[in-house]
Design a protein around this ligand. Structure first.
Ligand code: ZN
Length: 264
């Protein structure tokens, strides 16, 4: 599943491609036909992201809310676009570029004030300037759930997925099974600061980069073009730092990866 940096990158891209000009919006597949008709021909004001949620803001106070889920993708092309291929939920066409959205979990029309209802369910997003890490800390500090589960909970921190979760805990030597109540405030503060920096790198480079140069050796994590990681998808391989065998286990239906020696 795309993590928060991907959505912020899409928001920037869409703003650059379509911002402040009228766009043609359609739903070739038909499932977003009414929503598309409501914003078709309107001025695309701006795009924004909060965690894994993307918002297209239109003149007149309408907003298209998108969550890619596991399978959603945007495919961009220069205009004129060819005939839609496959199940295109939304086609957005500007002067020079167009993009096709396929397979999202959510693609819905909202009124601007309804964004607050979506955001109310989300924790602070490390990539937003208005993020308040104190909200995440107050939830973690009170919870007996494991820190590994808490970091994946979008109502605690918005935008963190499995790769950033596993890697952040490794970088801070924290056992993913430690309860939230046993994470120190200084440990949380250091993790948050690191997460903000790592996710900014993710936005800038368009991929997750978490391995420090001095540890960037050995076998790739799991294939070309995928992130090099300390532990994510490296189960059974040697820890890049201490040589112990990286472990994996299922936690709340997602695979967790950690080094039993580096993380306590
Ligand atoms: Zn290790």
């Amino acid at each position: 599943m795309p993590e928060g940096h991907t959505l912020h990158r899409l928001a920037r891209l869409h703003q650059k491609r379509f911002g402040r000009a009228p766009v043609v919006v359609s739903s070739p597949q038909g499932r977003f036909a009414d929503g598309a008709a409501a914003v078709n021909g309107q001025v695309f004001k701006r795009a924004s992201a909060w965690g894994k949620h993307l918002f297209h803001h239109y003149d007149g106070g309408r907003v298209v809310h998108i969550h890619l889920g596991l399978y959603g993708t945007f495919t961009e092309a220069v205009t004129p676009l060819g005939l839609p291929v496959g199940q295109v939920r939304m086609r957005l066409v500007g002067a020079e570029y167009g993009t096709d959205l396929r397979g999202p979990t959510v693609c819905e029309l909202l009124a601007e004030p309804e964004i607050a209802d979506v955001v109310a369910r989300l924790g602070p997003d490390p990539l937003r300037k208005d993020a308040d890490p104190g909200l995440a800390w107050s939830r973690i500090n009170k919870s007996r759930r494991t820190i590994g589960a808490l970091l994946m909970d979008q109502s605690v921190i918005a935008g963190v997925g499995n790769v950033y979760r596993s890697e952040l805990l490794f970088r801070h030597h924290i056992d993913p099974y430690r309860p939230g109540t046993h994470v120190g405030q200084d440990e949380f503060a250091a993790m948050w600061t690191d997460l903000v920096e790592l996710m900014k790198v993710g936005v800038r480079r368009g991929k997750i980069v978490v391995v420090r140069p001095e540890h960037d050796h050995g076998a790739p994590s799991y294939g070309p073009g995928r992130p090099r990681t300390y532990v994510y998808r490296r189960a059974g391989e040697a820890c890049r730092v201490c040589g112990a065998t990286v472990r994996t286990a299922e936690l709340e239906a997602r695979n967790l990866f950690w080094c039993p020696d580096c993380q306590v």
